[in-house]
Design a protein around this ligand. Structure first.
Ligand code: 13P
Length: 252
């Protein structure tokens, strides 16, 4: 069975003081048990201090973005080696906010995915459709294109050390969650694509759900066979809310 990954994407929130409090609350409340892991993804300036606080705990640390370049004249960018240097084990790539607000193309997302892996980190590849795309009946086509860009560049084996997050854009930060059935349908579709390519990878790859996941709906989502965790925004900013999801994972 696949482990469950409960990942908090803090987005552009926090401060030194608030983060320290959040982290001590999370670390103190990690549920007993096995079969799940916890991850937090703070903004760049706080990665080193959050990683130092997380050291020796059950909580891993990841970044929200990474440059596809290794080093050099890229003002404002952060290299993959820098992230692993300060203790990141994961990097989110292709979040819909990066794609829509910062114009990241699927080709660039694929390059970031590969750059993260080359630096020894696990990319969390986000895919998801907008409401217009869902209403137009093109959800699967959109997801396939987003996946294919990375599959073509990196190959299916690369997903042996990667995580996928299905994040329907219409559910992000809206309070509208995909129903467990809607999410399961898409997770099954994604895993099905891998089954056609490599059965072992299909069976092992973790597919997280993201989009208004919270304590109240986590158990229903995590009960679905192809949902292996969550990528959580708003509900990852308070220890109590994040831990409610962690408890749902521990009891799954
Ligand atoms: P919310 O949980 O705030 O909807 O955000 C989801 C998300 O975008 C996680 O990456």
């Amino acid at each position: 069975m696949r482990d469950i990954l409960v990942a908090g994407n803090w987005k552009m929130n926090g401060s030194s003081t608030a983060n320290a409090e959040l982290m001590s609350g999370i670390i103190a409340g990690v549920p007993e048990g096995s079969g799940f892991s916890l991850l937090v993804c703070p903004p760049f300036p706080y990665l080193a201090s959050v990683a130092a606080q997380a050291a020796g705990s059950a909580v891993s640390v990841g970044a929200q973005n990474v440059s596809e370049h290794q080093k050099g004249a890229f003002t404002g960018e952060v290299a993959p080696s820098m992230l692993s240097d300060v203790g990141c084990e994961y990097v989110i790539v292709g979040h819909s906010e990066r794609r829509s607000l910062y114009g990241e193309s699927s080709a660039q997302v694929a390059a970031k995915f590969q750059a993260a892996q080359a630096a020894g980190m696990t990319p969390i590849l986000c895919v998801g459709e907008t409401l217009e795309e869902r209403e137009a009946g093109t959800t699967e086509k959109v997801i396939d294109e987003q996946l294919d860009a990375v599959l073509d560049a990196a190959g299916v084996e690369a997903f042996g050390t990667a995580v996928i997050a299905y994040e329907p854009v219409w559910a992000i930060g809206t309070g509208v969650t995909a129903t467990p059935e809607q999410a399961q349908d898409m997770h099954r579709h994604i895993r099905g694509r891998f089954e056609a390519l490599n059965a072992d990878i299909a069976a092992s790859v973790q597919i997280l759900y993201g989009g208004s996941m919270k304590g109240e709906n986590a158990a229903g989502l995590l009960a679905k066979p192809d949902i292996d965790g969550g990528l959580i925004g708003g509900a990852s900013l308070k220890a109590e809310d994040f831990l409610a999801i962690a408890h749902a994972a521990a009891q799954n």
